[in-house]
Design a protein around this ligand. Structure first.
Ligand code: FAD
Ligand code: NAI
Length: 330
């Protein structure tokens, strides 16, 4: 296998970028690909008339020592800040304060700041959906949805959600069937913005017995735009699965109703609303694989679905893919 060629990384979420950073630091050229217009995947933020909105990952915790250290570096560089919301739970029709000691982190001034900074000046093709990954005599090649070929590459790291990885791993059936065994549940996200602040102390809420399972108040996060009082609501996986094809307007109406019912104050009509459907939001069950790999062939798969289904698991999985690739080169 030639070390002269770059390493292809498909996916610029936190897993792909964690792998890219370690390989780049070790002196190996990388080439990234993403079907979206920017980096971040489920940790991206959407620009809107109500400011930047974190519609996917809301915050993250750091429990593994390696990730704790990295988050401290990110904090020192100003990429992340601690979020200390007034936390509530909604259970049995009751809204109650639910403070705790857990450190929670957010990208600053928006969630996408992290992956944008991690990407830095690394070479990347955006709006480039890879449809096929195949091996030539000595190297790997990629095909995109426009019919363009990319390569040769010495190695490939697939850092997409499991259903998309299944297709991209088809030349290594053992890895493809492991990825195919992971199903991922969808999440409807809705953002609502109000012209004047709601008369509520809630800044984050874990919700039970409702179509919603989470809500967050954007202005309570560090560095956010505060000209409107903007909230992000997440539906449960179960509700989302039952309403996965519902038109966005109807999703907004239903989730706005659930929000108004639980928030415990008068709620006027929002001046701005949007809905976003995450089809592959979270793995339906937990795996502790770390990564999937065929090191002899030079192909690796990583992502949150290989570990905890959280930002931390995604970062650790990407880091492990790069570490294992480097170990195999020695
Ligand atoms: P992704 O972020 O999904 O990145 C994969 C990338 O691959 C994407 O950019 C995608 O565009 C690209 N891609 C896919 N297929 C192709 C292809 N064929 N060709 C090219 N590119 C492709 N985690 C927490 O820790 N805390 C939370 O509060 C939290 N809340 C969440 C709320 C929601 C609604 C969602 C959806 C997720 C949440 N998560 C949370 C989970 C967290 O966002 C993920 O664990 C993490 O971002 C996954 O990173 P990843 O790199 O594995 O995958
Ligand atoms: P965490 O430690 O804050 O929360 C883990 C879980 O513990 C919460 O889901 C909640 O049920 C409970 N919890 C924590 N603090 C609480 C409090 N003060 N009061 C009441 N309950 C509390 O964060 P962690 O472990 O990093 O988890 C990440 C979060 O991301 C989880 O809430 C998870 O559900 C969410 N997530 C959502 C996804 C989606 O698609 N909607 C996808 C992946 C993660």
């Amino acid at each position: 296998m030639s070390a002269l060629h770059p390493i292809a990384i498909i996916g610029t979420g936190i897993a792909g970028l964690s792998a890219a950073q370690l390989l780049h630091e070790a002196g190996h050229p990388v080439q990234l690909f993403d079907k979206s217009r920017g980096s971040g995947g489920r940790m991206s933020s959407k620009r809107s008339d109500a400011g930047a909105l974190d519609l996917g990952a809301q915050y993250f915790t750091a429990r593994d020592r390696r990730f704790v250290d990295v988050v401290q570096q990110w904090r020192a560089r100003g990429w992340v800040a601690e979020w200390t919301p007034s936390l509530y739970t909604f259970k049995n029709g009751q809204l109650s304060a639910s403070p705790d000691e857990q450190a929670r982190w957010v990208g600053s001034p928006r969630m996408s700041a992290i992956t944008r900074a991690m990407l830095g000046a690394l070479p990347v093709h955006f709006s480039c959906r890879i449809t096929e990954v195949f091996r030539g005599e000595h190297n790997w090649h990629l095909q995109d949805a426009e019919g363009n070929s990319h390569g040769p590459f010495s190695h490939v790291i697939v850092a997409t959600p499991a259903p998309q990885a299944t297709t991209l791993l088809s030349s290594v059936p053992k890895l493809a069937s492991a990825a195919a065994s992971v199903s991922m549940d969808p999440t409807w996200a809705v953002a609502l913005a109000f012209a004047s602040p709601l008369d509520s102390p809630v800044e984050g809420c874990f919700v039970h017995d409702s179509p919603l399972d989470w809500l967050a108040r954007n202005r309570s996060k560090p560095g956010r735009d505060t000209h409107l009082d903007t909230w992000v609501l997440h539906a449960t996986s179960q509700w989302t699965k039952q309403h996965v094809d519902m038109p966005k307007e109807a999703v907004i109406e239903h989730l706005f109703g659930a929000f108004a019912e639980l928030i415990g104050c008068a709620v006027p009509a929002p001046v701005f609303s949007l809905a976003h459907r995450w089809l592959y939001a979270r793995p339906a069950s937990a795996h502790q694989w770390g990564i999937l790999a065929d090191a002899d062939q030079g192909i690796y798969a990583c992502g949150d679905w290989c570990l905890s289904g959280r930002a931390e698991g995604a970062w650790l999985s990407g880091h492990e893919a790069a570490r294992r690739l480097l170990a195999h080169l020695q």
